[in-house]
Unconditional design. Sequence first.
Length: 420
Amino acid sequence: MGRYNTRDNSLKTALLVGALVLLAMATLGAKDVDLRGMVRSYNAMTLADADLAINEQTIDLKLEGWGDMTRLVVNPYAYVGLDSEPEIGIREAYVDLFFESMDVRIGKQAIVWGQAEGAFITDIVSPRDMRSFILADFTEIRMGIPALKADYYLGDYTFEGIWIPRFVPSSLPASDGLWAQEMTLPNGTPIAPSITEVGTTFEDSEVFGKISRFGSSLSWEVMGGYAWTDEPHVTNIDGPTATATQEYGRFAVVGGSFSMPLGPTVVRGEAALYLDKPFSSVTPAMPSPTVEVEKHHQVQSLLGVDWNLWGVSMSGQYILSYVHDHNATLMELGRPVEEFKHTFTFRMQDTYISDRLTAKIFVYLEPEPLNALVRPSLSWSIEDGVSIEGGVELFVGDEDGTFGTYSDNSLAYVSLRWYF
């Protein structure tokens, strides 16, 4: 939702067509070929002034071909947004190779780790599409990355290794978009970002590893990696040119997660330690603030419970973030970094009328300062594969909070989806 891209798409279109042609040629000898997809029309208006903020048409395809020991997947997509050029791309394009005790996946792929719902703790392998904040579908918010992934199976255990030869950052909101967060000098002058890109040498690649076990009474995974921050941090602010130099930084991560049924409930937990993660230390000064880069250990953790009550599916999560050796000058993505940050989430979902009507609400809540994102919705299945959904994205509370700062961006939306 809300993607705005005004770049020339001629090359993308040519690449997409070429990829589809190659895929068709490659799957001629496959035993099974499957094409499925989704067409979506999404419209949203702001509650503050009833302005049509988003009018977007989407087509998302998945072409899949199977051989005796291989699988080929290509996931092209296209968006046409309000007052913007069409955006055409390929979210995933990879080949799976299947061996007796190992699977290998080569190509552009979106990788999902961890047990969190609507949060990213150990799930940091794939960057995020944040151009519409966190409102994109959870299935679409993770971006595809070029990677080599291998899974080795030994009894109940899986050993997974990932090599990402070229770093791909998260996509952030456009400076003139609905979700932009503008940085300014003390005199109010807007600051333009200047981002230093990461190199493409072997030393600039990322690596991750994970050991996991799936069991009926307990499932768990332990992970580690050496990565880049998916979002840039400020390294210098130049007052005369009103420019903020930004770059991506290296850090190591270790963590894990678990999921355990307890009677009618499921308890989930997840935690990660980011070692020497870079933060911007910004000290107010005239004519421009002074900036230093400081490295701090950061802990992200989550405890969640899923349960059913009278047939209603419910979920609650508590998320804690802690920054070691914290000081009041630390900034991240233009916002102050808190030593302790607490976030709660709650989800409730039920179906009615022979499962044709689905009612759902998802809430993010920060107690300090008190602010929240409330996401109620109703969807109706018109027929198999066709549904219409209406809902509200309600940002409320203190404007210094993660969600309250977008209080003017509360939306009412309607979406029509057609699956094939």
